[in-house]
Design a protein around this ligand. Structure first.
Ligand SMILES: Nc1ncnc2c1ncn2[C@@H]1O[C@H](COP(=O)(O)OP(=O)(O)O)[C@@H](O)[C@H]1O
Ligand SMILES: [Mg+2]
Length: 312
């Protein structure tokens, strides 16, 4: 591409994460302009997007939309239909990664380590007492109950007593028709960013996430200073490689593209378990992917340029 070509940084939209997306998108557009690109922010209005992109003669879309549309395959399919190249994952990979129950099935069928889990559908919700008994037998306590299609730790409860299972499931059903009851992994919470460049995918250094409260919930994620992030994580070489290999396997099994982040829990024996993949990770200068890139000497504007150049 040419540096005069218009790059549309699409952000915002109708998702509950629109505000964070605007911060991510604004930072990306500013960074690309700093690198000499003709980048323009475009607020996502789904039924007007293509007309808008044509009107501004956009050659490529930098997708900065978190959650609904940007992360679930809808934006990707609108752009595919219009023949406009875009950064990040395609339609199917986005849709699968957005749904933790679909992700789980992909990982399990490929033999990628992920916590043991039961998937409960809303049509079974009438008999929560039976479901509770099933969870106690198949998973045990503590158990992590979570909605299949939510982010930011919303709709996630770590249940320590059997009596709490039904309320946690009922809460998770308010967000999504499928709910996961997952084995709780005790140990370190890690995340691995992966970058695609010239068709090759490489994991960046592992980040260890250490929330002061002990739980990586909404507060720990979005309150300044509530969580310490260590990059590279203080792990021995073999464990680092094990965790990066799990992230890489997840990337390939889900068919991801561009930059993505895979969350991994590492238990006390050093075995990693994949929780989920994030296909539109936060990209403010203080977000996790830029932190991991900085650890290998890639500055934020360079990171944004590399992502842009991986658009297809
Ligand atoms: N199986 C699990 N074992 C231990 N902790 C978990 C497990 N699943 C989720 N958690 C905790 O809950 C947080 C949010 O869960 P996650 O599956 O990553 O959903 P999201 O980030 O999309 O809300 C994780 O970052 C982790 O701290
Ligand atoms: Mg997560």
């Amino acid at each position: 591409m040419n540096k005069q070509d218009v790059v549309a940084v699409v952000l915002g939209g109708p998702s509950s994460e629109a505000e964070i997306s605007r911060v991510t998108g604004g930072a990306i557009a500013a960074a690309l302009r700093e690198k000499g690109y003709n980048a323009k922010e475009v607020e996502l209005v789904p039924d007007r997007l293509i007309a808008q992109l044509h009107a501004m003669n956009a050659k490529v879309v930098f997708n900065a939309v978190h959650g609904k549309y940007g992360e679930d395959g809808r934006l990707q399919s609108i752009l595919e239909a219009a023949g406009i190249p875009y950064t990040g994952c395609g339609v199917l990979a986005s849709a699968v990664a957005m749904d933790k129950s679909a992700t789980k099935r992909f990982l399990q069928s490929a033999g990628v380590a992920t916590p043991r889990c039961l998937i409960i559908n809303k049509r079974e919700a009438g008999d929560l007492a039976a479901i509770r008994a099933h969870i106690m037998e198949a998973i045990g306590l503590p158990v992590v109950i979570k909605a299949a299609t939510q982010g930011s730790s919303i709709g996630v409860t770590i249940v320590k007593e059997a009596e709490g299972i039904e309320a946690a499931i009922a809460d998770a059903f308010t967000y999504s028709d499928n709910v996961l009851a997952e084995e709780c992994i005790k140990g370190k919470e890690l995340t691995v960013a992966l970058m695609e460049e010239k068709g090759e995918v490489k994991p960046l250094p592992v980040i260890w996430i250490a929330p002061h409260s002990g739980a990586y919930d909404f507060h720990s994620k979005y309150t300044k200073g509530a969580t310490d992030y260590h990059c590279p994580a203080p792990l021995d070489e073999a464990t680092t490689k094990h965790v990066q290999d799990l992230a890489l396997a997840t990337y390939h099994v889900l068919g991801l593209s561009g930059v993505a982040r895979v969350d991994v829990m590492l238990d006390e024996k050093g075995q990693g378990y994949v929780l989920e993949a994030n296909t539109i990770p936060g990209m403010t200068p203080t977000s996790l992917v830029p932190k991991a890139a900085a650890a290998v000497g890639i500055a934020f504007p360079d990171l944004c340029e590399r992502i842009l150049l991986s658009a297809k």
